[in-house]
Write a protein of this length. Structure first.
Length: 312
C-alpha cells in the first residue's frame, strides 16, 4: 500500500484518534499491561506521563507520509528508547496488538479491513526502523533506565493561575524573541500569534490542563534546525524573565523551566551534521551568531528564511 497506507493512518488519527486521544491512550496501556505486565516496569509514569508518550507516538505516525524524509529521526528515537528507557526491540512487537485493539475500539465502524491493514503496515515500517537502530546501538553505552517525568508538572497550571496567564507569559516571551538580535533570526517570516497559541497549548497540557495541542513533537519540529545549548540557555533566560515579569514566583519559574528543559535532548544538536533534513536539497536552518557576539556561522548552513509556524 505504501503512501496509501500512510495516508489512511494519518486520516484515522485526524478524524478519530485526536478527538479521543486520552481515551485511546488509556485503552492502549490497559491492553498493553494486561497482555505484557512486565512492560509496566518500563513505563511506570503517572497518567500524564503515559498520555504524553502516546501523543508522541501518534504524532510520529502522522509524520510518516514521506517516511524516507523522517527515517533518521525515527532511528534516533529508537536509540533513545534503548539507551534512556531500556526498551528492547521485542517490546515494540509486543505493543502492536494492544495498539491495534485500542485503535479499533475508538474508530469503531471506521476501522475497516483496509484501515487495519494500513495501521499494521505503518506500525511495522516505523518499528522496523527503530528496531534496526537499537540493534546498531552500542548496548554497552546503554544508560540505567530513567524516565522523563520531569517533563510534566500536572499541578503547575493551578499554581500559575490558568491558561490565560501562560498565554500572557508567552506573548511577552515571543515579543522579546522576535526582537532579539540573535534568536530572532529563527522567527523571520513567522506569525507571532500562531506561535504564542501553539506554545501555550503545548505547555498547558504539560502543566495538567486540556490537551489542545495538535502539532508534532519538539524533536520532529526542530530536527532540521541547528540549535545549540548556548542558544537554548539564552532562550530559557528570556523565558524566565517573562515568567517573573508577569508576577509569578521564582518557585513557579523554576518548575516551569524544568518542564521546558526536559525537551532539550530532542532539540539541541552538537554540529550542523546532526540536523535531519525534510527533503532532498534542503540545507540545515541556522541562526548565525551576530558578528558582535564573536563567532561566524557554521559552514554549509542556510540563512533563516520564512517557514511554517513552529514553536521553539
Amino acid at each position: 500500500m505504501g503512501l496509501e497506507a500512510r495516508a489512511l493512518v494519518k486520516e484515522g488519527i485526524e478524524q478519530h484518534i485526536e478527538k479521543r486521544m486520552d481515551d485511546t491512550s488509556r485503552i492502549f496501556y490497559r491492553n498493553l499491561f494486561r497482555d505484557h505486565p512486565h512492560l509496566s516496569r518500563v513505563f511506570p509514569g503517572n497518567l500524564v506521563f503515559l498520555n504524553r508518550k502516546f501523543h508522541n507516538m501518534m504524532a510520529t505516525f502522522k509524520a510518516v507520509k514521506h517516511l524516507e524524509k523522517v527515517a533518521p529521526s525515527i532511528e534516533k528515537m529508537g536509540e533513545r528508547h534503548l539507551q534512556n528507557y531500556a526498551v528492547q526491540p521485542e517490546f515494540l512487537a509486543q505493543a502492536r496488538a494492544p495498539l491495534l485493539e485500542a485503535v479499533a475500539e475508538v474508530m469503531g465502524a471506521g476501522f475497516t479491513a483496509e484501515s487495519r491493514a494500513a495501521w499494521e503496515e505503518v506500525y511495522d515500517e516505523v518499528t522496523a526502523l527503530m528496531a534496526a537502530a537499537m540493534a546498531r546501538a552500542d548496548r554497552r553505552q546503554s544508560q540505567r533506565p530513567k524516565h522523563d517525568q520531569e517533563g510534566y508538572d500536572p499541578g503547575l497550571l493551578a499554581e500559575i493561575g490558568g491558561a490565560e496567564v501562560i498565554h500572557r507569559v508567552h506573548q511577552r516571551f515571543y515579543d522579546c524573541l522576535f526582537e532579539h538580535e540573535w534568536l530572532g533570526r529563527f522567527f523571520w517570516g513567522k506569525p507571532k500569534d500562531v506561535l504564542v497559541r501553539k506554545q501555550t497549548d503545548f505547555m498547558v497540557a504539560a502543566f495538567g490542563g486540556e490537551k489542545n495541542y495538535r502539532g508534532d513533537t519538539p524533536a520532529f519540529i526542530h530536527m532540521h534546525m541547528f540549535i545549540t545549548d548556548e542558544q537554548l540557555d539564552l532562550r530559557q533566560r528570556i523565558l524566565r524573565e517573562a515568567i517573573l515579569a508577569e508576577g509569578l514566583s521564582t518557585t513557579v519559574a523554576e518548575r516551569w523551566l524544568k518542564v521546558d528543559d526536559a525537551f532539550r535532548a530532542g532539540i539541541v544538536k552538537r554540529t550542523v551534521d546532526d540536523c535531519v533534513l525534510k527533503c532532498p536539497g534542503m540545507l540545515p536552518i541556522v541562526a548565525p551568531k551576530p558578528a558582535s557576539w564573536g563567532e561566524p556561522a557554521p559552514h554549509g548552513a542556510a540563512e533563516i528564511a520564512p517557514a511554517q509556524p513552529e514553536p521553539v
